[in-house]
Design a protein around this ligand. Structure first.
Ligand code: FES
Length: 321
């Protein structure tokens, strides 16, 4: 769990390679050749893009290998410029600053069966998970990987290898929602100690959440690869009052409550910062929230808020901070 992510580990890019249409893989190592901090499957790092932006990327290398990390970056033409800068400017030998790995999407100790559902570049954490599970015969997984076309499918060759036969399904929809993966046969039955992990576009995660109402919430895990839903073009400013001190904080359009609190000097714990992990759960005392997370149940929404993504429908919210 972190407050403001620090990117204080220098690394050198030792491989920069296009692996699918619009997707590039970057391998990085310490300039002195030493080990990088250990990580568990599902972890991400924060990367300070040389243009100044801080971006979060899931690690997709084998957690057992300490001498390098890998990330895969998709060119987001409608993003804030981090991925475009990286893809257009990164060369082998470049130096980056990254944070230590953090994990808001970890595999549980008490889990034997895993259903992985990936959409697009949301495949990246599952590559590390498959590495982590491959040598443990007590753990079973099935991966459903949704992509538009074979050309846009990162890691397609690796995942089509004979060793994954019967447990990896790559589903191509050509970008047509009517050809989307049918989730119900996948999630209808639940085995003992089974967990669902989903990473992908918002629509896919919402479809998984809607199809799994009969699962216990602690068995469903989401990771967002984009913060897009925390910011929408029609967002408006509002105020947040902190019940403990009575202080009022302005939350401008384009800024999250979490960011506004930090800018005002408050140290607020967070991890995913995409409304999926639950770390920033805060009691909502007054006002009506515009909920944008995948954590809270309908029943919880009147009294709690995820301040990393959700906003206000009323001019002011009062929260228990
Ligand atoms: Fe993960 Fe807010 S930090 S839900």
């Amino acid at each position: 769990m972190s407050s403001i992510p620090q990117a204080d580990i220098p690394v050198r890019v030792t491989r920069a390679e296009k692996i699918a249409d619009g997707i590039h893989l970057y391998e990085m190592r310490r300039p002195d050749g030493g080990d990088l901090p250990a990580f568990t499957a599902g972890s991400h790092i924060n990367l300070r893009v040389p243009n100044g932006l801080m971006r979060k990327y899931s690690l997709c290398s084998d957690p057992a290998a300490r001498d390098h990390y890998c990330i895969a970056v998709k060119r987001e033409d409608n993003g804030r410029g981090g991925s475009i800068y990286l893809i257009d400017n990164t060369r082998e030998g470049d130096e980056w600053m990254i944070s230590a790995p953090d994990n808001a999407f970890a595999l549980p100790q008490r889990g034997d069966n895993f259903i992985f559902i990936a959409g697009g570049i949301g495949i990246t954490p599952f590559i590390a998970m498959i590495h982590a599970l491959k040598n443990d015969p007590t753990k079973k997984f099935r991966l459903y990987y949704c992509s538009r076309t074979p050309e846009m499918t990162a890691f397609r060759e690796e995942l089509s290898a004979p060793e994954h036969m019967g447990r990896v399904v790559i589903h191509y929809d050509g970008g047509d929602p009517s050809k989307a993966l049918d989730l119900w046969p996948i999630v209808e039955e639940r085995k003992n100690r089974e967990h669902i992990y989903c990473c992908g576009p918002r629509g896919l995660m919402e479809a998984v959440r809607d199809a799994t109402g009969h699962w216990t919430p602690t068995s469903i895990h989401f990771e967002a690869f984009s913060e897009a839903d925390a910011r929408r073009p029609d967002d408006t400013p509002f105020k947040v009052r902190l019940a403990s001190s009575g202080a009022t904080i302005d939350v401008p359009a384009g800024t999250t409550i979490l960011e506004a609190m930090r800018a005002a000097g408050y140290d607020v714990p967070s991890s995913c910062e995409s409304g999926t992990c639950g770390t920033c759960r805060t009691r909502l005392i007054a006002g009506e929230a515009d909920h944008r997370d995948l954590v809270l149940t309908e029943a919880e929404r009147s009294s709690q808020i995820m301040i990393c993504v959700s906003r206000a429908k009323t001019p002011e919210l009062v929260i228990d901070r």
